[in-house]
Design a protein around this ligand. Structure first.
Ligand code: SF4
Length: 435
């Protein structure tokens, strides 16, 4: 279950209007709940996202340093109503048995969240939630969510100690609440997941964080790689080389971890996984063909949530804001329509923004000619966050494709050092979002 990620409506611009709500409803099967359980990769991403994330509200009592939503204390009167939220669930169900994630802000600030959970589960959606870690999450809350049909709950833990985590989250006691919620969620019968955002704040804490994860009984550890959007500052983002180190460490840990490990906002991790597996085969240490999915998939399947291959922004992934704007990802603040005025299914299938993001031949720079393009494609959100162009080359990937090297030699492409220098100059001049 990927993280809430989201672009802010304030940052976003209208983008393409997408299809009108009056448009057709292709592939619609609202109410059907008897489909077989989806298996890994059992979705055609040109027709259907693997998961849809809804930013239920922006209201939240925390003030995390890297909050992409720039959360506020009180609910916005313009948030989707209960009726609109139910229609959103019905529209998402037209795609199939999609994974639907409630995020925020704090989803529990909405009184109708239990009703909506039950509604989505009865439609046949796989329901999950990332509530804000706060005293609002009680054993009773967790029990009600479980009874309503929630399959999995995730919380954010960014540090192995209260000192590291609470400094990032901005509220003393937050780490203790997260650990408590993990335990109480398990006691309520919910499957659990932890989301961790890797940044310069916790880069050196990664191994200790992993050790903590092994004590929590989770099925999934989702490791996010910071996108400079919302409150996240460019100087908080580690270097591509530092990320490369974390990717390799993740791959090593994934072999024995008692849970599934996944990278989010860093599809280049899949490239590292395949590169490592190819090297292992050449060394006679692996028989199976390379596969971007690492060991641990069984843990993800236990609660029916599962995993998919090749998901990227707008390509198997869709984000709906608290006011109904439709984005390719929570970290990519370009709206392709709004569910109040456009047909959600048509926006995903036909809007120029989503179509261009799914057409990897449109990628620029080294991502365009990369041998790993089919399984990676780079983070479109980070490309946009850093360069302003969602189709630009991923600015935080250390890999230099063979074809690109040859193009540089022939003078047909910009040398990578110059590209990175240009990126750094641009990063330095980026306005501090939310500041
Ligand atoms: S160059 Fe682009 S496509 Fe290739 S591995 Fe890096 S991010 Fe992925």
């Amino acid at each position: 279950m990927p993280h809430p990620g989201a672009g802010t409506a304030a940052q976003g611009h209208p983008g393409h209007p997408g299809a009108s709500r009056a448009g057709g409803h292709p592939g619609g099967h609202p109410g059907r709940s008897t489909d077989p359980r989806p298996v890994v990769g059992d979705f055609d991403f040109s027709q259907s996202p693997w998961l849809v994330i809804w930013e239920t509200t922006r209201a939240c009592d925390l003030a995390c340093k890297h909050c992409r939503a720039e959360a506020i204390p009180d609910r916005n009167p313009g948030e989707l109503t209960t009726v609109e939220a139910k229609r959103l669930l019905e529209d998402v169900r037209r795609f199939g048995r999609v994974l639907f994630v409630f995020t925020g802000g704090d989803a529990l600030k909405r009184d109708d969240i239990y009703e909506l959970t039950e509604y989505g589960a009865k439609l046949g959606l796989r329901m999950a939630m990332t509530p804000t870690v706060s005293p609002r999450v009680t054993p009773d809350t967790l029990r009600r969510l479980k009874e309503a049909g929630l399959a999995r709950i995730s919380v954010s833990i960014d540090g192995s100690t209260p000192a590291i985590h609470d400094a990032i989250r901005g509220v003393p006691g937050c780490w203790d609440w997260a650990i408590r919620i993990m335990r109480e969620a398990r006691e309520a019968g919910l499957s659990t997941q932890v989301n961790t955002t890797v940044s310069n704040w916790n880069l050196d804490d990664f191994d200790a964080l992993y050790t903590l994860m092994t004590t929590l009984g989770i099925v999934f550890w989702e490791v996010f790689f910071l996108v400079p959007t919302g409150r996240a500052r460019p100087e908080d983002v580690p270097t591509p080389e530092q990320w490369e180190g974390i990717f390799n460490r993740m791959y090593d840990l994934s072999k024995d971890a008692p849970f599934d490990i996944k990278a989010t906002a860093a599809p280049q991790y899949r490239r590292v996984v395949v590169q490592r597996q190819v090297a292992e085969r050449r060394a006679g240490q692996r028989e199976d063909a390379p596969d971007e999915l690492t060991a641990g998939l069984d843990f993800s399947l236990k609660d029916g949530v599962g995993r998919a291959k090749g998901v990227n922004d707008g390509d198997g992934f869709m984000f709906v804001s608290h006011t109904g704007d439709v984005y390719p990802s929570g970290f990519l603040p370009l709206a392709a329509g709004n569910i109040r005025t456009h047909d959600l299914v048509e926006v995903y299938r036909s809007s120029p923004l989503f179509l261009s993001l799914r057409d990897r031949s449109q990628l620029k720079g080294k991502c365009n000619v990369c041998e790993f393009r089919p399984i990676c494609g780079g983070s479109r959100a980070r490309a946009f966050g850093v360069t302003g162009d969602p189709l630009e080359s991923e600015p935080y990937c250390a890999h230099i494709p063979l074809k690109y090297k040859k193009m540089v030699e022939k003078g047909e492409a910009e040398p990578v050092a110059e590209y990175f220098a240009r990126r750094d100059r641009r990063l330095k001049n980026l306005p501090l979002a939310g500041g």
